[in-house]
Design a protein around this ligand. Structure first.
Ligand code: PHE
Ligand code: ZN
Length: 865
């Protein structure tokens, strides 16, 4: 049976150092599925070959499975036993055999969405990381690679479409209205890349001709009625295929590439060989229902999964400690792709914003871990911003140090050396060293050490000679299990701007900070130069740099690196907010002038300007403080927003008075224009001027697409107007049958800055359209709440209770999604004592629940340390 109670009560810790090669290889697997929603029968024929020298039992992992029959080389076999959830077959001194096992599973009862499950009447699978063992007994470790042959048979009316990895080599009809299909994947793969889909689906078909002339049939499979919303995903797929050929020389390797969209999915998408399975939210998009950000999400995730075909599938991971080998590299690849498709500066700003919002706090809290972790209890808990996004930054630094051309030599060597293998992070670093010709000895510490390095910078000036020296120092903070850290290699792009006709370094330089402290001569200047540091965010570090007055404003206006201009303005805003929250009287005019100056560039690059003038989030302001004061942060941020809104009212109104670009136009400029209008509306609304609800409602009503409509709705949702109530109602009535848009309706209410948001969320959880069965819906309500700092940290602890109640209710159904809601409660050390006490009490209340999953147990217990 596939229920959560099969997970053990006492979690076992798995250590990276304990890795042992498998004792049995499985070159071939034949799977036979007799499909049914409530019962699917699975017969697995595993051809096993012993790789250990001496006889060894064959351990096949299971999770909630019962072996109905075991055969060896075609004959009934009794030499097997259950060891907990696993099946151990004694094969005596055989060195090879065909082991056949029959199991029965219930997809309809599978609420964890791992293994084979039912979603909207169709059957689909999710096997990464350890879901295959919920389908059949198997070693289920990524270093066991097999060729798969999959036969499936089912009711033709229920499951007219039958898909698996590779190519369909045969199909036919059978008795009783049933039909069958036989699929074969020629590429050996680990079990986590297995996939099967059966259901009533329609397809958007296209094709792509590869570099060497191979014609590939492309299919995006969705439910009837959704096919019109798949064209953006299809275009993204074709662009990705071309880009991977051009930039990495990687060609697709099958005649068929299928994508299936499902509405119940724990993550974003999955790179199963030749049969990617996606959360609908990363496939479906049309101007009426998807925002520009949603469109970008589709493009980025389609690319990500496609790129995994090489970085993940052709070269896979030896064990799950190596997860960043495929994820960090693939995130770096999808980021580079999206930068090439759109605006590199805006993409970099978004990526850094995400890193600071999700990864920096993780690295500073009780769940901090290196991008290559040393131990885990439940691997699902390690699909983190650290493994993915910090992992991508680590790859990006290597790229920055050796340059694009040499980096390509390194990746070519990596793919050549390890094609068809299960590799390690160390293999990747060594291939870059050998291919690009670089020594990464010290750099390897990025794989070993958790914690965000802090770089302190100071300029020393000799007023007589005019000589200026940049003093840099680095420190990596202590993290759980790692009290002492060593210096690592930090590549910092710098440039000095001379305002006074001196002769300093005019060109950008890459400084390699490779020790605790270092002095970098900048040259001779009559006055202190404007120093642009960590340009493009060349290293994922926190920079402490005491700036002279006016420097940040100058850089925000004049730096020739747009990312650095953005950074300077953000730092200016951040300094102002932190000062205000600490009780200092602040002068808003410096920020207002800088925003006004930046707005001057809006005609040329509205997308950049929109990003640059956004205020830092409440959470990011909190991250700068020793003790976070959520209420003061909200108050001061709103005050600054209102000040900017009022001082520049005329510009915001001018922006809003322009005719918006038609929603169907997705050019960089059109998207940027819409983004800027959303920002303008938010600033204008922050003034509280009496006509602003009407302005927002006007935009909401006139909008010809979701970007404008959602921005106006979100703005209204912060307030208290009749227009708010009306807009929410209109939106609900119009989109109540579209789950992805209904998610937005829940989300904007949970994001609201209104003081009653926690109560509103509690009430919305009782709404007939709310359900714990759908992870997107859970995230749209509760995930949005934990991102709403002042609401989640409401002084009476109601936000904490709500999240803990959710975790307790959701864990028996979907432990993975439940566990993902815990980290916000684990940030207690950063808050005042009253909040600390309440947050810890909620974690303890969660841990006191009987029958808790391994996922939630690990996250909650580590969060208390
Ligand atoms: N490997 C997937 C990706 O990043 C993520 C994923 C992990 C999906 C686990 C489902 C389950 O592309
Ligand atoms: Zn991935």
């Amino acid at each position: 049976m596939t229920d959560a109670s099969s997970t053990p009560a006492i979690p076992v810790t798995i250590h990276r150092g304990d890795y042992r090669p498998p004792e049995w290889q499985l070159p071939d697997i034949a799977l036979d599925f007799a499909l049914g929603i409530d019962e699917t029968r699975v017969t697995a024929a595993l051809s096993v070959v012993r790789s250990a020298d001496a006889p060894a039992p064959l351990t096949l992992r299971g999770d909630g499975l019962t072996a109905l029959a075991v055969r060896v080389d075609g004959e009934g076999w009794n030499d097997w036993r259950m060891e907990g959830p696993d099946l151990v077959v004694d094969l005596g001194d055989r060195t090879a055999a065909v082991v056949e096992v029959e199991t029965a599973i219930n997809p309809a009862a599978n609420t964890q969405l791992m293994g084979l499950y039912a979603s909207n009447g169709m059957l689909c699978t999710q096997c990464e990381a350890e879901g295959f063992r919920r389908i059949t007994f198997h070693p289920d470790r990524p270093d066991v690679l097999s060729r798969y042959k999959v036969r499936m048979e089912g009711d033709k009316a229920l499951f007219p479409i039958l898909l698996s990895n590779g190519n369909c080599i045969e199909k036919g009809e059978s008795e009783g209205g049933r039909h069958w299909a036989l699929w074969e994947d020629p590429w050996p793969k680990p079990s986590y890349l297995f996939a099967l889909v059966a259901g009533d689906l329609v397809v958007n078909r296209d094709e792509f001709v590869t570099l060497s002339g191979r014609k590939v049939e492309l299919g995006i499979w969705v439910r009837e009625g959704d096919v019109e919303r798949t064209s953006h995903a299809m275009q993204a797929l074709k662009n990705s295929m071309k880009w991977d050929e051009q930039v990495y020389g990687r060609e697709y390797d099958l005649d068929l590439f299928n994508i299936v969209a499902v509405s119940d999915f724990n993550m974003g998408a999955m790179e199963n060989k030749g049969l990617n399975i996606f959360n609908t939210r990363y496939i479906l998009a049309d101007p009426d229902t998807a925002t520009d950000l949603d469109y970008d999400g589709v493009e980025g995730v389609v690319a990500h999964e496609y790129f995994h075909n090489w970085s993940g599938n052709r070269v896979t991971c030896r064990d799950w400690f190596q997860l960043s080998l495929k994820e960090g590299f693939t995130v770096f690849r999808d980021q580079s792709f999206s930068a090439d498709m759109g605006s590199p500066a805006v993409k970099r700003i978004e990526d850094v914003r995400l890193l600071r919002a999700a990864q920096f706090p993780e690295d500073a809290g009780p769940l901090a871990h290196p991008i290559r972790p040393d131990s885990y209890q439940e691997i699902s808990n390690f699909y983190t911003a650290t493994v993915y996004n910090k992992g991508a930054e680590v790859i990006r630094m290597m790229h920055a140090m050796v340059g694009a051309e040499r980096f390509r030599k390194g990746t070519d060597l990596y793919f050549e050396r390890h094609d068809g293998e299960a590799a390690t992070c160390e293999d990747f670093v060594r291939a870059i060293e050998d291919g690009a010709g670089v020594d990464l000895t010290l750099f390897r510490r990025w794989y070993e050490q958790a914690g965000t390095p802090r770089v302190t910078a100071r300029i020393e000036s000799d007023e007589d000679t005019g000589e200026r020296v940049l003093h840099l120092a680095q420190a990596v903070p202590a993290t759980p299990g790692q009290p002492d850290k060593a210096p690592t290699l930090i590549p910092l792009r710098i440039k000095a701007f001379d305002l006074d006709g001196g002769h300093g370094i005019e060109e950008e330089r890459l400084v390699l900070l490779d020790r605790g402290e270092m002095a970098v001569p900048l040259g001779h200047y009559r006055s202190r130069p404007m120093l642009s540091l960590n340009r493009g965010f060349s290293a994922p570090v926190i920079v402490d740099f005491a700036r002279a007055g006016g420097e940040l404003a100058w850089l925000a206006a004049h730096d020739d690196d747009p990312f650095a201009r953005y950074e300077a303005l953000q730092q200016l805003m951040l300094d102002t907010l932190v000062a205000a929250v600490s009780g200092e009287t602040v002068d808003h005019s410096v920020v207002i002038d800088a925003v006004a100056q930046t707005l001057g560039g809006r005609a040329a690059d509205p997308a950049f300007v929109a990003e640059a003038v956004l205020l830092p989030s409440e959470a990011f302001v909190g991250d700068q403080m020793v003790v976070v004061d959520p209420d003061a942060i909200r108050r001061e941020r709103l005050a600054l927003q209102a000040a900017i809104g009022g001082a520049l009212e005329a510009e915001w109104r001018a922006i809003l008075a322009e005719t918006p670009p038609p929603a169907a136009i997705l050019s960089r400029k059109a998207k940027g224009g819409r983004r800027l209008r959303g920002v303008a509306l938010a600033y204008l609304a922050a003034t509280g001027l009496p006509d602003t609800p009407a302005v927002a409602f006007g935009i909401f009503s006139d909008a010809d697409g979701m970007t404008e409509r959602q921005a106006a709705l979100a703005t209204l949702a912060h307030g208290d107007s009749d227009e708010r109530v009306a807009a929410l109602d209109i939106f609900y009535q119009r989109y109540r049958d579209n789950p992805l848009v209904l998610d937005k309706w829940f989300q904007v209410q949970a994001w609201s800055l209104r003081p009653d948001t926690v109560d509103a969320v509690r009430e919305l959880a009782g709404h007939p359209d709310f359900t714990l069965a759908n992870p997107n819906r859970v995230r749209s309500l509760y995930g949005a709440l934990t991102g709403n700092q002042a609401a989640f940290h409401q002084a009476d602890g109601a936000g904490y209770r709500l999240i803990a109640d959710l975790v307790i209710a959701l864990d028996p159904k979907n432990p993975q999604t439940a566990a993902r809601m815990i980290p916000p409660l684990g940030r207690w050390k950063r808050f005042d004592e009253a909040r600390q006490t309440m947050m810890k009490a909620e974690l303890q209340r969660i841990l006191a629940q009987p029958g808790l999953s391994r996922d939630v147990t690990e996250q909650a217990s580590k969060s208390l340390l």
